[in-house]
Design a protein around this ligand. Structure first.
Ligand code: GUN
Ligand code: FE
Length: 421
């Protein structure tokens, strides 16, 4: 039996509408699971105390969509739109990951930096390269964070050094990575067709079958940018929509994360809802690449599964505290300038999305309810000074809006301390 009790100013979200808060509370962890949050020290548990009095304690945050190999060029080329940015920056950098030595160096920087922030879980794109994808998995496993990591699949419309020889070759390479990752406990493989433009129907169908047969998670991009959507129409004239293309090829189910979904029609929204797929809302990326703003409260009210994503390097910041602010701000502009029928997102909803909303993809994750996996982050917000006393909810709001002044001083994933924070 292995556990501890974490003392601090604790808050968590059980539903989009309400944040629970316990000042000077005690969150108990036993064998990686949360036993709940108590007002006083639960002596009967006889667990050691980790005293973080005065600090904010929140559930580990979940990044549902991030590209590890794009971390080196974050903040660059963001005067472009998606397809130009992919061609000029993204593919050029991703080409370097055929060199395992470079990849290992770059991935170490990424994972070390992530360990210092408030996120404990992520769904991660690597590149098409097998060896460097395994190196990224290795780095995550050692970090203590929990991640799905995918070798990217691409068999059309990309530079020669990233182009896989055929759908079959791409599928075989994917299976080798899955086998190569079987020894990991905190990292799981994820099927990762980049998006319809770079994946043939045959490849997507093959990945859909693999997902079904092995119960594997799958991630991709959907309906991000208008030029991309027009391109998909030309590539898949047999489909009724971009979403329908994934659906008919077997790539849309409850183990799927689709990033963006900015321009989905009502028909597509119904299809996503029916499939049980998760939407990774990536507001900063959607602003940077002028993609648009997804109608995220509409998706939530329609019962879709939604979480937040950084989409580094479309987004520049990895922190889901920052993504909370971006999501609220983007939704307000969308509402004011574009469409009054979809109301703006509230901060408590953004907190839900960044924790339990995305955490649901991983199971019972993202909350301090009893039985949840114990993912927790201790935030030092003492640099965000105030002349009047602030309650926990106000401190959480400020931690989101002033995330650069707030540091994660320690964190745990599944009850295990993540080194580096
Ligand atoms: N669509 C296909 N690939 C990518 C990518 O790397 N980033 C983003 N934002 N969208 C994509
Ligand atoms: Fe992306």
């Amino acid at each position: 039996m292995d556990g501890f009790v974490l003392k601090g100013d604790i808050c968590w979200s059980e539903s989009p509408n309400e944040i629970k808060a316990v000042a000077d509370g005690y969150a108990a962890c036993l064998d990686g699971a949360c036993l709940g949050v108590f007002q006083s020290y639960p002596e009967s548990l006889a667990l050691p105390l980790v005293d973080m009095s005065g600090k904010l304690v929140i559930p580990g945050m979940v990044d549902l969509h991030v590209h590890a190999p794009q971390y080196p060029f974050r903040g660059l080329g963001l005067d472009l739109e998606l397809l130009e940015w992919l061609g000029e920056h993204t593919f050029a950098e991703e080409g370097k990951y055929g060199d395992l030595e470079y990849a290992s160096r770059a991935y170490k920087i990424f994972v070390d930096d992530l360990a210092k922030g408030p996120n404990t879980r992520a769904c991660v794109f690597a590149t098409v390269h097998e060896a460097s994808t395994l190196a990224l998995m290795d780095a995550f496993e050692k970090s203590g964070m929990v991640a799905y990591v995918g070798k990217v699949n691409m068999d059309r419309n990309c530079p020669g050094n990233l182009l896989e020889e055929s759908a079959e070759a791409s599928l075989e390479a994917t299976k080798r990575v899955i086998e190569g990752s079987s020894g990991y406990s905190r990292v799981k493989p994820m099927l990762t067709p980049r998006f319809v433009p770079t994946c043939s129907d045959e490849l997507l169908r093959g990945l859909g079958e693999l997902s079904e047969r092995l119960g594997l998670a799958l991630q991709s991009h959907l309906s991000e940018n208008k030029s991309e959507i027009e391109w998909v129409k030309r590539l898949c004239p047999w489909s009724e929509s971009y979403t329908d293309a994934y659906w008919k090829l077997g790539c849309l189910n409850s183990r799927t994360v689709m990033a963006h979904c900015v321009w989905c029609t009502d028909f597509e929204m119904d299809l996503i809802s029916k499939s049980g797929a998760f939407v990774a809302h990536c507001p900063q990326s959607n602003i940077n690449l002028s993609s648009g703003v997804a109608p995220i409260t509409q998706y939530m009210e329609a019962g879709l599964n939604v979480g937040l994503g950084s989409d580094v390097a479309g987004g520049c910041h990895t922190s889901m505290l920052r993504a909370m602010t971006d999501a609220v701000q983007a939704s307000k502009l969308r509402w004011r300038l574009f469409d009054q029928s979809v109301r703006p997102l509230r901060l408590e909803e953004a907190f839900y999305l960044a924790t339990k909303g995305g955490g649901r993809f991983f199971g019972k994750v993202g909350s301090f309810e009893p039985g949840y996996e114990f993912d927790a982050v201790v935030l030092d917000d003492s640099e965000v000074k105030s002349p009047f006393p602030m309650n926990i909810l106000d401190r959480l709001a400020r931690a989101a809006y002033f995330c650069d002044s707030v540091s994660a001083i320690c964190k745990w994933a599944r009850g295990k301390r993540v080194a580096g924070a």
